[in-house]
Design a protein around this ligand. Structure first.
Ligand code: HXC
Length: 510
């Protein structure tokens, strides 16, 4: 019996070494952890239960029958994050560059199926060279099986991808279909085809970092939702995100103890809005003052900074915050901001996370660049996302809510549940200058008349009261009471029951 037990330990020891000590050392020299080290760090201590440690590939071409390594380049299983079950797979770059074979795909598929069946989040950690070149179509088939499961799980369980090394070819499309992608600065990159192929096809000379590094994907392409300095920080941040998320679309949002009173007034909010309506202020200050303990997990912080999206908690329960940011482009809605917020709103709606929207928006960004780039369709994405969302929607207009952007930003007309305005709110078709220049065009040469018209327009329309008179805002509230109002509102909306008409699925403008 002892021999049998020792044999198991011996085989486990070999499997744990993956591609061998030299390749592990090389991994460390590049500032990267190994697949197993990453999983250990990511999960609660001692909680990892591994599957398929001894799986090997079945390929015989190109001498592969003489080169088999237990685990076949991916470590899979499940464990817990702060006590809640999650499923994981981590590509092992030390084994055939983490490339995907048929057997490797079967291991991933097994945890995908288990995650979906057991309604728990799944996290994929990537550090890999794409399809196992020696396997050909068997590897391509394996990828498609993984992709299919990503799609079936979408909107049912949270799916998160963490890119911690190369991620090329087939390895980019599975992350692209998950809810969130995080990268590690300087050591990770994602692209469909690498620099060599780019050089051959387009004659462009580009480095891996320039083509698909974290800076590209967090600031330009918006493929990644965040980037951190090293493996450790990245994995700890993903743990933090998971704490905000429900296990599935049928699980309640997690609730944790709240240590900050929701009834205390925050008088500093009464002076957040500058006296001059054209002066910016930082909307994140409002989010941080409303969220429990100021804890805010921002999504896509470096992309389309004119809108801020992310998770926080109010009285211990997760909410999604969406807010125009007056500090960047005066908080205007453009194509990028609309796409970014639309995807976030849809994620919240999938997983029953209430949405708190702070509005200070001068309108949609005019210009040929925006119109040629499809602003109509991208803006419609955000409109569509808010209109279809059935989760509790709470909106606070802090200052400007002009034009179509007023409608889009979770207005009463899009089934907003509680729509509040601060006394500083200005709800109108457009700002005073633009409005007066159009409706009093004949007086344009007379500055005195224009000033009088402007004053009249401002007095009549640039306040929350015209909208309040019609019931389009439910109440004009004191800024200092915002957290209390939202907390009470969220409590009242706990049992909200609203569903859309039956359909196979909608046809959101893509
Ligand atoms: C088999 C692979 C491999 C692959 C890497 N390796 N990629 N083995 N199939 N796709 C092996 C290498 O042979 C090497 O083995 C080890 O992994 C480490 O690779 P290196 O090249 O030494 O490392 P590095 O210099 O860091 O470069 C990493 C890399 C590069 C950028 C990922 O290996 C690379 O470009 N690989 C190929 C990428 C690619 O074109 N994949 C196919 C994409 S097509 P040894 O034994 O020497 O350590 C695809 C189609 C799917 O994925 C489409 C579905 C939609």
């Amino acid at each position: 019996m002892k021999d049998i037990l020792e044999e198991l330990e011996r085989r486990r020891g070999i499997a744990r070494l993956g591609g061998g000590q030299a390749r592990i050392d090389a991994q460390h020299q590049r500032g990267k952890l190994t697949a197993r080290e990453r999983i250990d760090l990511f999960l609660d201590e001692g909680s990892f239960e591994e599957f398929d440690m001894f799986v090997e590939h079945r390929s015989t071409d190109f001498g592969m029958d003489k080169s088999r390594i237990a685990g076949d380049g991916v470590v899979t299983g499940w464990g817990t994050v702060n006590g809640r079950t999650v499923f994981v797979f981590a590509k092992d770059f030390t084994v055939f560059g983490g490339s995907l074979s048929e057997a490797h795909a079967e291991k991933i598929i097994k945890v995908q199926d288990m995650a979906l069946k057991n309604r728990a989040p799944i996290i994929g950690i990537y550090d890999a060279g794409g399809a196992r070149i020696q396997e050909g179509v068997a590897a391509l088939g394996g990828y498609a099986e993984v992709f299919q499961r990503n799609v079936l799980a979408s909107g049912v369980i949270p799916q998160i991808s963490v890119i911690m090394g190369p991620c090329a070819g087939g390895d980019v499309y599975s992350p692209a279909m998950t809810d969130f992608i995080f990268m590690v600065r300087d050591t990770s990159y994602m692209f469909v085809t690498g620099p060599d192929v780019v050089k051959t096809v387009t004659n462009e000379t580009v480095t891996s970092e320039e083509l698909g590094g974290a800076s590209v994907h967090t600031t330009r392409s918006s493929i990644a939702d965040g980037a951190y300095d090293n493996d450790v920080d990245t994995l700890l941040q993903v743990r933090r995100l998971i704490d905000f998320l429900p296990q599935s679309n049928t699980s309640p949002v997690p609730e944790i103890e709240c240590y900050q009173s929701v009834t205390d007034a925050d008088n500093s909010l009464d002076t957040l809005i500058p006296a001059n309506a054209n002066k910016p202020y930082d909307i994140k200050e409002l989010i941080q003052k409303v969220a429990d303990e100021g804890d805010f997990f921002e999504i896509q912080a470096s992309f389309a900074k004119n809108i801020v999206c992310g998770f926080g908690r109010i009285e211990g329960s997760t909410v999604g915050f969406v807010a125009n940011q007056p500090m960047v482009l005066a908080g205007v809605l453009d194509s990028d901001a609309s796409r970014k917020a639309a995807r976030f709103v849809r994620f919240c709606d999938c997983f029953n996370i209430p949405i708190v929207t702070f509005v200070d928006v001068p309108g949609f960004l005019p210009g040929t660049a925006q119109e040629y780039g499809g602003l109509i369709k991208h803006g419609a994405k955000l409109l569509f996302a808010y209109a279809e969302a059935t989760v509790p929607k709470l909106t606070v207009i802090t200052r400007k809510a002009f034009g179509g952007a007023y409608d889009v930003m979770a207005s009463k007309h899009l089934r907003g549940d509680l729509n509040y305005a601060w006394p500083t709110a200005q709800i109108a078709v457009m700002g005073a200058k633009g409005a007066v220049e159009i409706i009093f065009r004949k007086d344009i040469a007379d500055p005195e008349k224009i000033a009088a018209h402007t004053k009249m327009y401002e007095d009549r329309f640039l306040s929350p009261f015209v909208a309040a008179e019609r019931g389009y805002v439910d109440e004009v509230i004191m800024p200092h009471s915002t957290r209390r109002r939202l907390a009470r509102g969220l409590k009242m909306l706990k049992n909200k029951d609203l569903s859309n008409p039956w359909k196979k699925h909608d046809n959101i403008p893509l």
